[in-house]
Design a protein around this ligand. Structure first.
Ligand code: PMP
Length: 436
């Protein structure tokens, strides 16, 4: 087959040149700028089902799905209908509505890991608030995060590991005060020794340990249940809280997310993405006792003009109603499993140095022959270079993946067997080009 000619990006290029005059890097979120792959970013015209169309009329089978929220695919009729009904009554009131109760009820009825929750407007906000709650509850300041986990862009979490097993974090962004970074300890994933040492070094100071339900922002770093159990135990021993950041995994691994996947009860859970059906919604939840620390009941302040926005709630209700139906996850996960297994079989037969990692409907194409990658440092940065070719070849064959080799892909309920079959063939051909 060989490399395919590039798709037209004429209109996207014009729009991108304009956008650069308005926004830093021409975008409103950095990864969208296509810095890690070839060509100008595609400006999107519309989406429907598992398809995306850009402004140049190119059509793609979409595995980015807005970075996870669109588990039912684009433009789902039930969500569209619910949103339309809500918006006819007004866009925002800054006062309680029945829709908030309805979404909360739907979640709490099907999720035994939280008793109360609070809606916010993004994953970043959810996590930032969860950290404040943990600090307010424990009366401690330090938190532990893991290298390779992303939790949004709040100050406490834009921190990377320093050198050495256990160190104060180093800021990973200009503008984050060193003093803030000193309150965040960063350790490697799957390293019990480092975590134990952190708890010894900072005895009585750790408010919480935060981990992504399944780390999925730096490749897909699948952890063992036994390790997560260890996190549960060591936090309990030291009077610290365990936070599962389920912004990706919530309502993705199953309705109850990673907590149910492991069968482990964390102290605080954060949600985003799927919970809003494509609208800006996040949430954090915990036991009634913990949540009583939140204002106005308690002394931990947290608020939002657009929190619980009625249109966003309507989208969330419509989406989660579909997800709560029997068999939803079984079908989606089975479809993904077949898709991933077929690709793995192909690359193995061809002896390509590629491993597919997956859980539920999340997958990651890694240019490695390692059977396990559980830590950020196990990823060879050079291997990610190959992803650039894969990404370009796939766009040229009508398949849209996230524009970085560290990003995972998502399968939605709207991906039918026919499209998955087409996507598979495109992936085979593109990998042939990568390894030619
Ligand atoms: N936590 C996790 C695990 C995430 O994946 C993300 C976003 N990718 C966030 C937090 C931040 O969410 P948002 O981009 O909605 O602020």
């Amino acid at each position: 087959a060989g490399a395919k000619p590039d798709i037209s990006r004429e209109k996207s290029s014009v729009l991108f040149e304009k956008a650069k005059k308005y926004f830093p890097g021409g975008v409103n979120s950095p990864v969208r700028a296509f810095k890690s792959v070839y060509g100008t970013p595609l400006f999107i015209e519309k989406g429907d089902g598992c398809f995306l169309w850009d402004v140049d009329g190119n059509q793609f089978i979409d595995f980015c799905c807005s970075w996870g929220p669109l588990i039912l695919g684009h433009n789902h009729s039930k969500i569209k209908e619910a949103v339309t009904i809500a918006l006819e009554k007004g866009l925002s009131f800054g006062a309680p509505t029945a829709l908030e109760n309805e979404l909360a009820e739907l979640i709490l009825k099907h999720n035994k890991y939280i008793e109360r929750l609070r809606f916010v407007s993004s994953g970043t906000e959810a996590v930032m608030s969860a950290i404040r709650l943990a600090r307010g509850y424990t009366k401690r300041d330090k938190i532990i995060k893991f290298e390779g986990c992303y939790h949004g862009h709040s100050d406490a979490l834009l921190v990377k590991a320093g050198s050495g097993l256990v160190t104060f974090g180093e800021t990973s962004s200009l503008g984050v005060p060193k003093a803030f970074a000193n309150e965040t300890i960063v350790v490697g994933l799957n390293d019990k020794e480092a975590l134990s040492k952190a708890f010894e070094d900072f005895k009585g100071e750790i408010a919480a340990v935060i981990i992504e339900g399944v780390p999925a922002n730096n490749g897909l770093l699948l952890q063992s249940k036994e390790y997560i159990q260890f996190l549960r135990e060591i936090t309990q021993t030291h009077g610290s809280l365990l936070i599962f950041d389920e912004v990706i995994t919530g309502f993705r691994l199953g309705f109850e997310g990673a907590a149910a996947y492991y069968g482990i009860q964390p102290d605080i859970l954060t949600y985003g993405k799927i919970i809003g059906g494509g609208m800006p919604v996040g949430a954090y939840g915990a036991s009634a006792e913990l949540m009583s620390y939140i204002s106005p009941d308690g002394g931990v302040y947290q608020a939002g003009t657009l929190s619980g926005n009625p249109v966003a709630m309507a989208a969330g209700i419509a989406q989660l109603t579909e997800l709560s139906k029997a068999g939803f996850y079984k079908d989606l996960n089975k479809k993904t499993e077949e898709f991933v297994t077929a690709i793995q079989r192909y690359v193995s037969a061809k002896n390509y140095k590629v491993t597919l990692f997956h859980v539920a409907s999340i997958f990651w194409i890694a240019f490695t022959d390692q059977e396990q990658i559980q830590t950020a440092c196990a990823i060879d940065p050079k291997s990610i270079e190959k992803y650039k070719i894969l990404h370009r070849e796939l766009l040229n064959r009508g398949v849209y993946l996230g524009p970085s080799g560290y990003e995972v892909g998502f399968v939605s309920a709207a991906h039918t067997k026919i499209e998955l079959e087409k996507a598979k063939r495109a992936i085979f051909e593109s990998l042939d080009v990568v390894f030619s």
